[in-house]
Design a protein around this ligand. Structure first.
Ligand SMILES: [Zn+2]
Length: 293
């Protein structure tokens, strides 16, 4: 299997159905190596990453897509983010006394947020009231209810890897030149049946072309070149400094006086940014200069 993490877009030439296959390896390992997550959370994080990568590639836009769940269970927040279709990061915040016998996510809601570089931010929210959350099911419902697009999603994850397969009926307007293709239930059912035979060992161990050939070798499948993805965090000393500036000078200086320094820990990559008293004073003199300019 190729080392690279990637999404692969494909199209069934003779039915109005498109697909997306995401295979993640190194990015998942990197996220999981940054923090000692309870083992019950690890596959969930992988699934969220695979889903964010897949949706980001499907929705074709320039910007950031994030999936975030807030629940009443052992995990308070779980989120994955895919930026510009290629940079992935994810985090989970959970109870200190994490107990995997309790509901992991519990009741709550999932938000799908799309922040294009240009244009309006979009957010779709789906309620989750099932203690046995299947992320794939939640996303399918989202597409069905909010977008009226018939969609099936399969997600796979273990302690090291994650993968996702998605099939989606194309809106009639999207199948340019093929407007006479009917919304074909028979085609859809056949493709669903074939796709549902995908096994974790195949999607984790074989390259995209082989996986798709095994599933759909009797179909006319048009494959697009795989698009690489990697773990990347957007945190920086500058952004952490801005967070301190938003506290206001009085509070920030009181804090640094009391503690000797202010630490900002990135929740995604666990990089630690330390600001001493001089650094904090500098932040405020710099931001005062900004205001004057
Ligand atoms: Zn970071």
């Amino acid at each position: 299997m190729t080392e690279l993490d990637h999404t692969t877009r494909f199209l069934f030439a003779d039915c109005a159905v498109r697909g997306e296959l995401t295979q993640l390896d190194r990015s998942v390992s990197e996220v999981l190596s940054k923090h000692h997550y309870p083992s019950a959370i690890q596959p969930l994080l992988g699934q969220f990453m695979a889903a964010a990568a897949m949706l980001s590639d499907t929705l074709k836009f320039d910007g950031t897509l994030s999936l975030q769940v807030r629940g009443s269970g052992q995990v308070r927040t779980l989120m994955a983010e895919c930026r510009d279709n290629r940079a992935l990061r994810a985090l989970a915040q959970y109870n200190d006394d994490f107990d995997d016998r309790g509901p992991i996510l519990g009741e709550g809601q999932m938000a799908i947020t799309i922040e294009p570089k240009q244009g309006q931010r979009y957010q779709g929210v789906v309620a989750i009231n099932d203690t046995d959350l299947s992320l794939a099911q939640v996303l399918e419902d989202y597409f069905q209810q909010s977008e009226q697009i018939r969609t099936r999603i399969w997600l796979f994850a273990d302690q090291h890897k994650a993968a996702g397969l998605m099939l989606q009926a194309m809106p009639q307007s999207a199948s340019e030149g093929d407007l006479d293709i009917p919304d074909d239930d028979e085609n859809w059912s056949r493709l669903m049946l074939l796709a549902s035979t995908l096994k974790p060992e195949e999607v984790f161990g074989l390259d995209a072309q082989t996986v798709l050939h095994r599933l759909f070798h009797e179909e006319q499948v048009r494959l697009y070149p795989p698009r690489p993805l990697e773990f990347e965090c957007t945190c920086s000393a500058g952004r952490s400094g801005n967070a301190i500036v938003t506290l206001g000078a009085t509070e920030a200086l009181a804090l640094v006086e009391e503690l000797g320094h202010i630490d900002i820990d990135c929740q995604f990559c666990h990089e630690r940014y330390v600001f001493k008293a001089d650094d904090v004073r500098q932040l405020f003199s710099a931001s005062a200069d900004d205001t004057l300019n």
